[in-house]
Design a binder for this molecule. Structure first.
Ligand code: C2E
Ligand code: MG
Ligand code: MG
Length: 487
């Protein structure tokens, strides 16, 4: 072979080797960087949830699961922190909490931010007391560090479970189930006022199993007519007569007994079934109104509660109209109650839907006003006809002059925005008198009547109307000069 050709082959071979090496290096580099990206939480620079689970698996291989516990910590009302202090400050707080937890860890223990303000910590198993003390000292240390920068007191909720009790079918630890258990425990104590640590135990397991049973039984219960529509009358403060009603769902279950919505609505909200329940109640109300109209009775406005989940349902408005149209009920007789808290997420979409509903002719009310927090600013954008002041407002408030001032200002504010005001949960004559004094137009509460069956409501309403005409007669009698006066 000529010398030139040999040199050419050698040069080509070298080039090929260099290129191949380059490709391998590039592949390794990108693979590494990409993997690092999916391992590193962009905000804290710590582990992602996936990485955390992988590292936990390794830790459990080294030291048996019985020696470990998992804690999930979250900041109470973190959304409020973000809204009040801004997202940048919110991020810094998360970073600070991550490093505070990190600094407190012992050998082989692991921390990661697993979602917004939720931190998971793999810690050594110990007695309830010892674990609680460790978490408490993290909260205290965070508070110390945080107060160097901002004066904004925060509280935490934490749920803890023992990994030894979280073995999956194959004998391996199910970390996702462990996190869920921590969250269940955490949810059982979330109080917003104090630091709380809860342990996953038999009681919490029973609650979650009952929830699961309730969830599974709901669709059949709806088919078997176990859900009922109750009505609670609303009264005018001036004339003390019925001016409307709120439809409230009840479940007369063969399996669980008589259930209040507080037990099953939150469950139905989790799996979305609440949407069907809301349409069911609306239909019951429409049927009732149709019966009234056919008998020549002019209906009163009845309000129905609407879950925030409808917002994600593209057919929501269409389905609402379909039901109301089926019974040929004028839209204005139906008031849709949406709770104040729906305006904290998806505000724009929610407002769009509400404007559309209002244009069509439905009445709208803001339920539970004052129970959570909502920006007062948003009130001007909501096309609501009625503001419902939450019953929490009246817990002792009416007894203090400052409390009275707050309620009175809310009533004035609503009126200035052209809304009617109703106060919920009115239980005493004092509350009633005060509300009349400050010209809150309507009340609803045990002071007048509890929620009742439709039949009971109809009797109640009929009696009320009879009394009303007596009142009118009495009023007329009082104001007309007596005939025998002879003028
Ligand atoms: P809400 O819409 O704020 O309804 C008012 C709740 O206050 C009702 O509880 C009512 O019974 C109760 N209440 C009325 N007056 C008084 C009083 O003087 N004192 C006290 N302590 N309580 C009073 P209920 O019927 O247990 O309903 C609880 C919640 O469940 C409702 O709160 C509403 O958010 C939800 N809910 C009820 N029915 C439905 C429904 O059909 N759909 C949806 N999405 N939610 C519903
Ligand atoms: Mg309501
Ligand atoms: Mg309410």
């Amino acid at each position: 072979m000529p010398e030139k050709q040999i040199i050419l082959i050698i040069v080509l071979a070298v080039v090929i080797v260099i290129l191949a090496g380059g490709f391998v290096a590039l592949f390794v580099y990108y693979h590494h960087v990409r993997r690092r990206d999916s391992d590193v939480d962009a905000l804290t620079g710590g582990k992602t949830k996936n990485r955390f689970f992988m590292d936990c698996e390794k830790a459990v291989k080294k030291i048996p699961a019985e020696k470990w516990a998992l804690a999930v910590i979250d900041i109470d009302k973190f959304k409020l922190v973000n809204d009040r202090l801004g997202y940048e400050m919110g991020d810094r707080i998360l970073l600070r909490l991550h490093s505070t937890i990190g600094d407190s860890l012992e050998e082989n223990e692991i921390v990661a931010r697993i979602s917004e303000d939720n931190f998971a910590v793999l810690i050594k198993n110990a007695s309830d007391n010892d674990i609680e003390n460790r978490l408490e000292s993290i909260f205290t240390e965070f508070d110390r560090r945080n107060s160097l920068f901002i004066k904004y007191p925060m509280t935490f909720s934490a749920g803890v479970c023992r990994l030894g009790q979280c073995t999956g079918k194959n004998g391996a630890i199910d970390f996702t189930a462990a996190v869920d258990r921590c969250k269940l425990a955490k949810k059982s104590v979330k109080s917003y006022h104090t630091n709380e640590v809860a342990f996953y135990d038999g009681r919490i397991r029973d609650i979650s199993m009952r929830e699961k049973d309730i969830e599974n039984a709901m669709p059949q219960a709806l088919e078997h007519n176990e859900f009922l529509c109750y009505l609670q009358p609303k009264y005018g403060t001036e004339n003390r007569h019925i001016v409307g009603a709120e439809a409230l769902i009840r479940w007369d279950s063969k399996e669980f007994g008589f259930l209040s919505p507080n037990e099953f609505i939150p469950v139905a909200e989790k799996n979305g079934f609440v949407v069907e329940l809301d349409f069911f109640i609306l239909e019951e109300v429409c049927k009732l109104m149709r019966r009234w109209i056919d008998r020549g009775i002019t209906p009163i406005i009845i309000s129905v509660n609407q879950s925030r989940l409808h917002i994600n349902d593209e057919d929501y408005i269409w389905r609402l109209r379909e039901i109301v149209d089926k019974y040929e009920i004028p839209y204005g007789y139906i008031e849709l109650e949406v709770t104040e808290s729906v305006f904290t997420e998806n505000t724009e979409l929610m407002l769009k839907i509400l404007h559309k509903l209002h244009e069509i002719g439905f009445k709208l009310s803001i339920d539970d006003f004052g129970s959570g927090y909502s920006s007062l600013n948003i009130l001007k954008d909501i096309p609501a006809d009625v503001l419902k002041i939450d019953r929490e407002f009246f817990n002792g408030t009416v007894n203090s002059s400052r409390g009275r001032a707050v309620i009175s200002s809310v009533v004035d504010l609503a009126k200035n925005l052209d809304m009617n005001v109703i106060s919920e949960g009115i239980e005493t004559g004092d509350q009633m008198e005060f509300l009349k004094e400050i010209r809150c137009g309507m009340v609803q509460g045990y002071y007048f009547a509890k929620p009742m069956t439709i039949k009971e409501f109809e009797e109640h309403w009929e009696n009320d109307q009879q009394n009303e005409s007596n009142d009118i007669f009495n009023d007329t009698f009082q104001f007309e000069p007596p005939l025998e006066a002879g003028n």
